[in-house]
Each structure stands twice: as C-alpha cells, then as structure tokens.
Write a protein that binds this ligand. Sequence first.
Ligand SMILES: Cc1cc2nc3c(=O)[nH]c(=O)nc-3n(C[C@H](O)[C@H](O)[C@H](O)COP(=O)(O)OP(=O)(O)OC[C@H]3O[C@@H](n4cnc5c(N)ncnc54)[C@H](O)[C@@H]3O)c2cc1C
Ligand SMILES: *[C@@H]1O[C@H](CO)[C@@H](O)[C@H](O)[C@H]1NC(C)=O
Ligand SMILES: *[C@@H]1O[C@H](CO)[C@@H](O)[C@H](O)[C@H]1NC(C)=O
Ligand SMILES: *[C@@H]1O[C@H](CO)[C@@H](O)[C@H](O)[C@H]1NC(C)=O
Ligand SMILES: *[C@@H]1O[C@H](CO)[C@@H](O)[C@H](O)[C@H]1NC(C)=O
Ligand SMILES: *[C@@H]1O[C@H](CO)[C@@H](O)[C@H](O)[C@H]1NC(C)=O
Ligand SMILES: *[C@@H]1O[C@H](CO)[C@@H](O)[C@H](O)[C@H]1NC(C)=O
Ligand SMILES: CC(=O)N[C@H]1CO[C@H](CO)[C@@H](O)[C@@H]1O
Length: 475
Amino acid sequence: MFCSLWTLLFLARGSMAFGWRPSGWGASGGRPSQWHAPHQEPLDAIIIGGGSAGTYTAIQLQKANKSLALIETQPRLGGHVNTYIDPYTNRTIDYGVQIFQNISVVRDYFSYLDIPIETATFGGDTKTIDLATKEVVTLDYGAIYAGLFEALPRFQAQQDKYPYLDNGFNLPSLVPEDLLLPFGEWLDKYNLSNVAYTLWQYDQGSGNLLDQPVLYVLKYSNRQSIANLAGGGYIQTVRRDNQEIYDHALEKLKDSTHLSSTVLDVQRSNGCVRVLVSTPQGKRFLEAKQLVLAIPPKIENLHFLDLNQEELGIFRQFNNSYYWNALLRNTGLPDNTSVGYIDSRAPLTIPAQPSTYIISSTGVAGLHSVFYGSDTYVPDEEVQNLMAEVARNAVKTLGLPPSGDMRFEGFHSHSPFVLTVPTDTIRDGFYSRAEALQGMRNTWYTGAAWQAQDSSAIWNFTEMVVLPRLLERLG
Ligand SMILES: Cc1cc2nc3c(=O)[nH]c(=O)nc-3n(C[C@H](O)[C@H](O)[C@H](O)COP(=O)(O)OP(=O)(O)OC[C@H]3O[C@@H](n4cnc5c(N)ncnc54)[C@H](O)[C@@H]3O)c2cc1C
Ligand SMILES: *[C@@H]1O[C@H](CO)[C@@H](O)[C@H](O)[C@H]1NC(C)=O
Ligand SMILES: *[C@@H]1O[C@H](CO)[C@@H](O)[C@H](O)[C@H]1NC(C)=O
Ligand SMILES: *[C@@H]1O[C@H](CO)[C@@H](O)[C@H](O)[C@H]1NC(C)=O
Ligand SMILES: *[C@@H]1O[C@H](CO)[C@@H](O)[C@H](O)[C@H]1NC(C)=O
Ligand SMILES: *[C@@H]1O[C@H](CO)[C@@H](O)[C@H](O)[C@H]1NC(C)=O
Ligand SMILES: *[C@@H]1O[C@H](CO)[C@@H](O)[C@H](O)[C@H]1NC(C)=O
Ligand SMILES: CC(=O)N[C@H]1CO[C@H](CO)[C@@H](O)[C@@H]1O
C-alpha cells in the first residue's frame, strides 16, 4: 500500500539518474503506461536473473499462485545452458549444463516441465595427453578406479562432519580449521589424494583446485554429488536438449517474463520494491513486495541496486574464477574420442590454470566440445585462440592429419564463475553476515554464490531454504 505513494519520487529519481526524458520513452515516444495508470496491487515478487536459480524460483512462486516478474538480460532463459542444434543431423548437443542429480526436487521439477530423464552415461574413448612431455600416456584405469573407490568412503566420512554444508553456507561461528585448509594440504592430512584428479575433472571452472579452501571443494562436490560418483549415478535429459527445460518454463511464465531486458534502477523502502527496467517494448516501472536476486552478486553486477553499507560490505569482497566452453567442428579428432590432460610434473598431475579440462566427444559426428578454466582474467579472444591451438596440438600429438577447416560453432564465457572470498574473510564470519542478508530489505538471494555451481543443488537450496521463508513473508 506504500508503493504508490513513493512512485513519483522514484520516477523523479530515475529520470535524473538516467536522463529519462519523454522523448526517450519507447519507440513511439509514448509514456510508460504505468505513469498515468492508477496503481494496481504491487506484484508479490520481482526476480532478477532467469538462469537456473531465478527460473526455478519463478516457477515455484507461480505454482503457489503468487504474482511475479522475471527479468533476464539474455533473449532466453537458462543462464549457463548451451544447447546446439546440429543442422546436419538435427541432433541437439548440450555443451553447457549437462547432468543433474537424481533427487526429488529435480525429478518433480522436470516432471512439471515435461522433461523426461534417464541415467547419465559417459561414453567414448579418452586419450590422455601429458602436458609435461606432450605425449599420449596410457593411464592404468584399473588402479585409478581402485584408488578412487577406496578413498571415496573416507572422503564421505569427512563430508559427514559438515551436514550444514548441504544447503547454503551455514557455518558455525568458529569455522572448523579443516574447512580453511588448502584442499591439497587437506588431501595429504587425510590421505585422500586418490580423489584429487577425478574431482578436478568434475569441479570444472573453480580455479586452482589444490589451493582452494576445502570449504569450496566440499560445496561443489557435495554429499549428493559424491554419492552419485560412488554409485547412484547422475541423470540427463532424454532429449539432450537442456534449453528445453527453460523454454518450457518460459511457456508457463511468458506473461511474467521480460527477456532481453536490463534493470536500470532498484529502490527498496517502506515495504516496497520498485524496479525500473528497460525492455524491448520500452521502459517499464514495476513494483513488488519482495525482490529475489538470482544473478552472481559481484559488486560490478549490482550497479542498479540501492546497496546499503552491509550489502556493499559483503558483495564487494567476492573474488571469482573464470570458465569458458566452446563447440568445435572438424577438429580432426575422431568422433567419440575425447582428449584429457595430466601434467606429470604438477602436484597430483593436475594441470595448473589456466588450462583445458577436456576436449570432449559429443556423440554427434564432426563435433567436439572444449572446456577451459582460469583463476585469473584472460581475454575471451585469447581463450578462443588457445582452444583452437589446444585442439590442433591434440590432433598432432595423437599423430593424426591436421584438419583444414576447423571452426567454432559456439564459444561462451561463463565468467564470473565460482564466487569465493579469501580464507581469513571466511574465518572472520563472512558467510554468517552474507546469510543474514536473506530477507533483509525485502530481498532474497539464490544462485551459485549461495550454494554451488550445481543446478540441482541450487534448486534444492531454493526449495528448502529460500522459498519457505519468502512464501511465509508473502503470507
Ligand atoms: C560450461 C558449464 C557446464 C556446466 N555443467 C553443469 C552440469 O552439468 N550440471 C549442473 O548442475 N551444473 C552445471 N553447471 C553449473 C550451472 O550452470 C550453474 O551452477 C547454474 O547455472 C548457476 O545458476 P545461477 O542461477 O546461479 O546462475 P545463472 O544460471 O548464470 O543465471 C544467472 C542469470 O542471470 C542473468 N543476468 C545476469 N545479470 C543480470 C542482470 N543484471 N539483470 C537480469 N539478468 C541478469 C544471466 O543472463 C543468467 O541468465 C555448468 C556451468 C557451465 C558454465
Ligand atoms: C492456486 O490456484 C488454483 C486455481 O485457483 C488452485 O487450484 C490451487 O489450489 C492454488 N494453489 C495454491 C498453492 O494456493
Ligand atoms: C528436428 O528435431 C526436432 C525435435 O526432435 C523435431 O521436432 C523436428 O521436426 C526435426 N526437424 C527435422 C527437419 O527433422
Ligand atoms: C533415480 O533414483 C531412483 C532410486 O532412488 C531410481 O529408482 C531411478 O531409476 C533413478 N532415476 C534415474 C533416471 O536414474
Ligand atoms: C593411504 O591410503 C593408501 C590407500 O589409498 C594406503 O595404501 C596407505 O597405507 C595409506 N597411508 C597412510 C599413511 O595411512
Ligand atoms: C559413438 O558411439 C556410439 C556408441 O558406440 C555410436 O552409437 C555412435 O554412432 C558413435 N557416434 C559417432 C559420431 O561416431
Ligand atoms: C536437499 O535439501 C535437503 C534438506 O535440507 C538436504 O537434506 C539434502 O541433502 C539436499 N540435497 C542436495 C542434493 O542438496
Ligand atoms: C574483490 C577482490 O578482487 N578481492 C581480492 C581477490 O583476490 C586477490 C588476490 O588474492 C586480492 O588481492 C583481491 O583483493
């Protein structure tokens, strides 16, 4: 009820801050309809970010009969999903998000969106190149798996010490020192080095794995994920079209979704959230009772937000890793052959960053996906050149004839990827202060920074932690 009273003040502020002039209102020069329209009830929630977390939140709020707006900068929902439709075979390839966890939250969500699932399979032949010698090495998979499966239960016993890491970062005020150790030291301490290489392959994009605080590794490789690795199995979509998850969600949400839209300003006061958004149809002014931020909360992404000192103090501290993927046609590598990497001179043979994780077969003739990570900034153009070079070198190392017409069918930066803070900052209670922001100033937070780079775990976190409190607030 306070919303309307503040509208004009907000519009005045918006017009000053962004040079809002009548001539700039929409292509026709008309005014936003909200300017004159008598105020309707504010929406229940405005969600900023239509990736994994924001789309899930929107669908669940809609199911609970709440009114909402979902704002996404891209012309599609889905965030890190990259689905390519091969024009030659009409087959789809997911070279972004690929696998999910077999948990009820995921099964229910996919069933609601009519997305059939099956147990994930990882096929094909992997050649491993040693970056130190630039030669193909034959790995003794029997010994590797024996070591891994001996160590996994001991790894799980360590995870079980921290059940509060399942959802969110609910760290005790005295953060266990083990969680702050660099992962490499912790592996030595508990004789768990046999899990290292496999976790490096799974925890892609998280920077230098062995240097990271154990906390982040246990968040990414959470208990459910390790259980899948140890035997339960991941799941994948039968139609191998993960964009379809989001396209089906969009069909349900289309009246509430603003794609290709940019948030210009957010004002939160007196129990009301006011958002000024630039849409392809012109500027829109939205009001809601609650705000959900489902974007990476790096300070440079939040210029539109009326941050207070507490929020600023949290968001300005995030560091991040960098992650890229690409789809290459005609690399010269055989179909169904993937190329992995070790560095025999590096600790636990894990290649130092920046590095290629894998050149992966896709199951579709002529196409391979490539994944590249760094803990420091690298310009996208340089990464793209490095990926091409890595593919050419792999072909050469495998003794195959070079390809004359290799080309990129897709290339994406997914940075900022994993958001982290330094060890001392964790010890000083960063995450207690961050978690305390939930619900403050009618604002809620979800997404990878609050859980991990794992869609399934993000949906579970959203379902179990964020939505119950948000719905309670909405009454
Ligand atoms: C290559 C790759 C492979 C992956 N594979 C898997 C996998 O197999 N399984 C798995 O579970 N996870 C996987 N992940 C991780 C998973 O994608 C992420 O954990 C998940 O997408 C994070 O969800 P999110 O909602 O936090 O962020 P995102 O999905 O990135 O969503 C954020 C959204 O907000 C939008 N946005 C940003 N800023 C604004 C703004 N100012 N206004 C409006 N919108 C904005 C973005 O465009 C984006 O759509 C993978 C990630 C990558 C990059
Ligand atoms: C939402 O509304 C529909 C139709 O009015 C109703 O059937 C359903 O029970 C409501 N759901 C909730 C969660 O209130
Ligand atoms: C391509 O595949 C889609 C999805 O399976 C299908 O709907 C469409 O008809 C196919 N198109 C062609 C040209 O085969
Ligand atoms: C998911 O797990 C259940 C057992 O909890 C199993 O019955 C089912 O087959 C699994 N689903 C898939 C797609 O693997
Ligand atoms: C470490 O674990 C390996 C098995 O992975 C075992 O052979 C070895 O004895 C263990 N070392 C110590 C010091 O416990
Ligand atoms: C890859 O291997 C699978 C299973 O062996 C086979 O069905 C498929 O045709 C192969 N794909 C290509 C592109 O060779
Ligand atoms: C999902 O949430 C429940 C309840 O908090 C938790 O017990 C479980 O471990 C979570 N599962 C995953 C995969 O995150
Ligand atoms: C916000 C930010 O970038 N913080 C830190 C990231 O990591 C480097 C190296 O540890 C620090 O110097 C930054 O201050």
